[in-house]
Design a protein around this ligand. Structure first.
Ligand code: PEP
Ligand code: CO
Length: 444
């Protein structure tokens, strides 16, 4: 195998690679990114790896969630706080359901690049490059907006830094403290029935916390900011390479733009650039795996990306769709078992369940999401293991992008508040509801 270095991926085939009009401008943007300080630190990354190792042993549960793609204009205090709030509320529900600590990881502070199935998009006879996330180009349908601009990587880094700065300040100030779930209430949701059920759960959790603390005489919650971690799809390798560093007194390399990068399904080519890049970084990593992944390919990926079986290193996020999971998952569980390696199994019930309404709107049905989760819990149990986490596209806002749920949204509702430029997200109530259902599945 050739020697690894942060740019060794450049000699491999890179799926989804962006071609910029000017090499010189690209090089300038990358040089600027290289000079910026890291967004996260190696000790935070190692702390998450330890927690993920515990989750792989069944001692914790992973909750990973957020937007399909972050937007620059949503880098505001309100948007960031509501994303944090919904994830914190869901984590309380899961703590109550699973009786174990929950690792909270946002798809946040870097989720700005998107893989696309088509390189171009045609509207009314006009063909332009596809929208690839705000790190690459803009969603508007004009040549100016769709042309890739390397400066957007620098802007994305800056948005990520602003986002993380606010999250750190909130968490350090006690916002994420389980003793005070009232901090996480969302104004518009006060009168929702689900919100009432959530409050009963939150009170129960806070009550048990006080009880434990009274008995043990210690504080059960360490209010450290590391209670909340970041993740994104490390798709845009120019950005990721520029933030890949060695730190003093360690020999390993880390991607210091996020705690927990993942490889998307479309870039999981064993001989490709993304696998080459991920091979050399010491972060805990995740792979999104779908119906096309053959067991023998998974086995090679385990050799390349998880060679030392290091605890916490590898999470497999499966996303088969509610109709395919029963056929696709068991052979892959068997492959991992035969390899003798430990992974954390996580279910993304969103990406295999995307459908189009008759008028061409991308949506997902709540029932399919629930059904895939149900199957995931059952299949892992039947195969002698367990599901250790969930990965969900959601928002803390009152959007109408997914069908079904407690308010039974129908296709005609989607127009009302469809904001995503990419995949449809669960809205606030649907996210709470799915958390309650997952809690029930964890108890079963
Ligand atoms: C995503 O997570 O937004 C995504 C594109 O997922 P996948 O790689 O699983 O299709
Ligand atoms: Co998505």
């Amino acid at each position: 195998m050739q020697k690894w270095f942060p740019g060794s991926w450049r000699s491999k085939d890179a799926a989804q690679l962006v071609t910029y009009p000017s090499e010189a401008e690209l090089a300038r943007a990358v040089a600027e990114l290289k000079a910026f300080p890291p967004l996260v630190t190696s000790w935070e990354i190692e702390a998450l790896k330890t927690q993920l190792a515990e989750a792989a042993r069944g001692e914790r549960f992973l909750l990973q969630g957020g937007d399909c793609a972050e937007r620059f204009d949503e880098c505001t205090g309100d948007h960031i706080a509501s994303k944090l709030k919904i994830l914190l509320q869901m984590s309380v529900i899961l703590v109550d359901g699973g009786r174990k600590p929950v690792i909270r990881v946002g798809r946040i502070a870097g989720q700005f690049a998107k893989p696309r199935s088509e390189d171009t998009e045609t509207r009314d006879g006009v063909t332009l490059p596809s929208y690839r996330g705000e790190m690459v180009n803009k969603p508007g349908f004009t040549p100016e907006e769709r042309n890739p601009d390397p400066r957007l990587m620098v802007n994305a880094y800056q948005r990520a830094a602003l986002t993380l700065n606010f999250i750190r300040a909130l968490v350090k100030g006690g916002f994420a403290d389980l003793h005070h779930p009232e901090n996480w209430d969302l104004a518009f949701a006060r009168h929702s029935e689900l919100s009432e059920e959530y409050h009963a759960i939150a009170q129960r959790v806070t009550g048990s916390l006080h009880f434990m603390e009274a008995i043990l005489g210690v504080s059960a919650v360490e209010m450290k900011w590391v209670d909340f971690f970041t993740s994104h799809e490390a798709l845009h390798l120019y950005y990721e390479e520029a933030q890949t560093r060695q730190v003093p007194r360690r020999t390993e390399w880390y991607n210091l733009s996020t705690h927990f990068p993942w490889v998307g399904m479309r870039t999981l080519d064993r001989g490709g650039a993304h696998v080459e890049y991920f091979r050399g970084i010491s972060n805990p990593i995740a792979l999104k795996i779908g119906p096309s992944l053959k067991p023998e390919v998974l086995s090679e990926l385990l050799d390349t990306l998880h060679p030392a079986n290091e605890p916490g290193r590898l999470t497999l996020i499966h996303r088969f769709g509610s109709r395919k999971i029963a056929d696709c998952l068991p052979p892959l569980i068997e492959t991992v078992r035969k390899s003798g390696k430990t992974v954390l199994w996580c279910c993304d019930p969103m990406h295999g369940n995307t459908q189009m309404t008759p008028d061409g709107t991308k949506t997902r049905h709540f029932d399919d999401i629930q059904s895939e989760l149900n199957s995931a819990f059952a299949i892992h149990r039947d195969c002698g293991g367990f599901l250790g986490g969930v990965h969900i596209e959601l928002t803390g806002e009152d959007v109408t992008e997914c069908l079904g749920g407690a308010r039974n949204l129908v296709p005609a509702d989607l127009k009302r508040a469809y904001k995503s430029e990419v995949d449809p997200r669960l809205n606030y109530e649907q996210a709470l509801e799915i958390a309650m259902l997952i809690a029930r599945m964890m108890r079963a």
